[in-house]
Write a new protein. Structure first.
Length: 348
C-alpha cells in the first residue's frame, strides 16, 4: 500500500509559539498541572494585557524606554527562528566554494533540513528569492553523488508541487532537463525521484510548461515507460498521473492536444496494459489503481469501444475487490469506493 505524504514537519519557534511556551512553562510549575489537559486562559491573558495597554485609563506603568525596547526586541529575536535566514545559510554552505569534509554526509544533512524548511508555498518561494532554486536544480542534475541528487530532487519536488510561481521559475531555469535526466540515472530510487520531480513540475495550470514538456518529448518518454513491463510501479503511477493531468486539463489551449494524446494512448495500448498491470499488483495498491481508473474514465468518453474491448479485465478487477470486500479488511472503505468506480465504468 503506497503512501505519498511529505516527511515530518517541524513546528518552529515564532513570537506566538514563544508566548505560548512561556505560558505553558508557567502553568507547568503549578501543582495542578496535567500534561494531558492543558487549559490556558488566553482570554484572561489578553484582558490582563489590555488592562495596562489599551490607554483608556491611567496606569502605574510608564512607557517603555528606547533602551528597554531594544533589549526586548533582542530578547524576542533570540527566541524567534528565522526560516528564511536559515535557508540562506544552508544555501551558502551547499553551493559555496568552501571545501567541506565528508561532503556527501554533511550536505545530505543540510538538504534534509532544507526539505523541512521549504515546506509550504511561501517558504518554497523564499528558496528562489534567496537564490537557492537555480543551484538546487543544477545539483539535482549534475552532482556526482547519487544520494545528493536524490535529496536535491526531494527538495525540488517539495517546493514545486502545487506552487505555480516556483513551477514558472523552474521552467526558466532548466527544469525541462529532467526529461533527459531520467535516462541518465541508473538506479531505481533515482529514476523514481526524477519522475516524481517531473510530475510535481508538469502537473500545473501553466500552459507554457506543458507545451515545453511536449516539445521536449516528455510525453513520449512517459508513454514509453507507462507500457514497459520493467518500469518500477511508482514510476508507472507517476507516468499515469502526468498523462491524466494532460487529458483532464481545463486549459483552452489543449482541446486539440488532448485528442492527440488520447490517440497516442490508444495507439500505445495503454488501456489494456494498465488493466493487466493493475491485476498483478496487490489489491491495496490504491495509488496505482486510482491512476488507472482516471485514465479509463477519460478514455471511455474518448472512445467507448476501448472499455468494451477490455470489459473482461475490468470485470476481473471488480471480482477481486468484491472478494476482498467480503473479508472485511482494514481497507474496506477504499475497496467499496473502487468497486463503485469500476461498476460505473462498466455501465453503457
Amino acid at each position: 500500500f503506497f503512501f505519498f505524504s511529505s516527511r515530518r514537519r517541524h513546528t518552529r519557534s515564532s513570537l506566538v509559539s514563544w508566548a505560548r511556551r512561556c505560558v505553558q512553562e508557567t502553568v507547568s510549575t503549578q501543582s495542578t498541572w496535567d500534561s494531558r489537559n492543558l487549559m490556558v486562559d488566553w482570554a484572561g491573558l489578553f484582558n490582563w494585557s489590555m488592562k495596562y495597554n489599551d490607554g483608556t485609563k491611567p496606569s502605574e506603568h510608564k512607557p517603555m524606554s528606547d533602551h528597554d525596547k531594544k533589549w526586548l526586541q533582542e530578547a524576542l529575536e533570540s527566541y524567534t527562528f528565522s526560516e528564511i535566514k536559515r535557508i540562506r545559510e544552508i544555501d551558502e554552505i551547499l553551493y559555496g566554494q568552501k571545501e567541506i569534509a565528508n561532503e556527501e554526509v554533511e550536505k545530505g544533512k543540510l538538504l534534509d533540513e532544507l526539505f523541512d524548511l521549504v515546506e509550504g508555498i511561501q517558504n518554497g518561494e523564499d528558496l528562489h528569492l534567496v537564490g537557492g532554486l537555480v543551484p538546487l536544480i543544477y545539483m539535482m542534475l549534475t552532482n556526482k553523488y547519487d544520494s545528493l541528487r536524490l535529496k536535491a530532487g526531494q527538495v525540488f519536488t517539495n517546493v514545486t508541487q502545487n506552487n505555480a510561481k516556483v513551477q514558472q521559475w523552474s521552467l526558466e531555469n532548466g527544469a525541462s532537463k529532467l526529461i533527459q535526466q531520467y535516462e541518465k540515472e541508473t538506479t531505481v530510487p533515482l529514476k523514481e525521484q526524477v519522475m516524481s520531480s517531473l510530475s510535481a513540475w508538469v502537473r500545473t495550470s501553466i500552459p507554457e510548461i506543458k507545451i515545453v514538456f511536449l516539445k521536449e518529448k516528455g510525453l513520449d518518454l512517459v508513454l514509453k515507460l507507462a507500457v514497459a513491463m520493467d518500469t518500477p510501479i511508482k514510476v508507472n503511477g507517476k507516468c499515469l498521473s502526468i498523462i491524466n493531468d494532460f487529458l483532464f486539463s481545463e486549459s483552452e489551449m489543449f482541446p486539440t492536444a488532448k485528442h492527440i494524446i488520447a490517440e497516442q494512448v490508444e495507439k500505445a495500448g495503454l488501456v489494456k496494459f494498465a488493466l493487466i498491470k493493475v491485476l498483478q499488483e496487490p489489491v491495496e495498491n490504491f495509488f496505482y489503481l486510482d491512476k488507472v481508473l482516471g485514465l479509463l474514465e477519460y478514455m471511455k468518453s474518448y472512445k467507448k469501444e476501448l472499455i468494451l474491448e477490455n470489459e473482461n479485465l475490468i470485470t476481473e478487477q471488480l471480482k477481486r475487490f468484491i472478494e476482498q470486500q467480503s473479508k472485511k479488511t482494514q481497507f474496506l472503505e477504499a475497496i467499496t469506493e473502487e468497486i463503485e468506480k469500476l461498476k460505473h465504468l462498466l455501465k453503457q
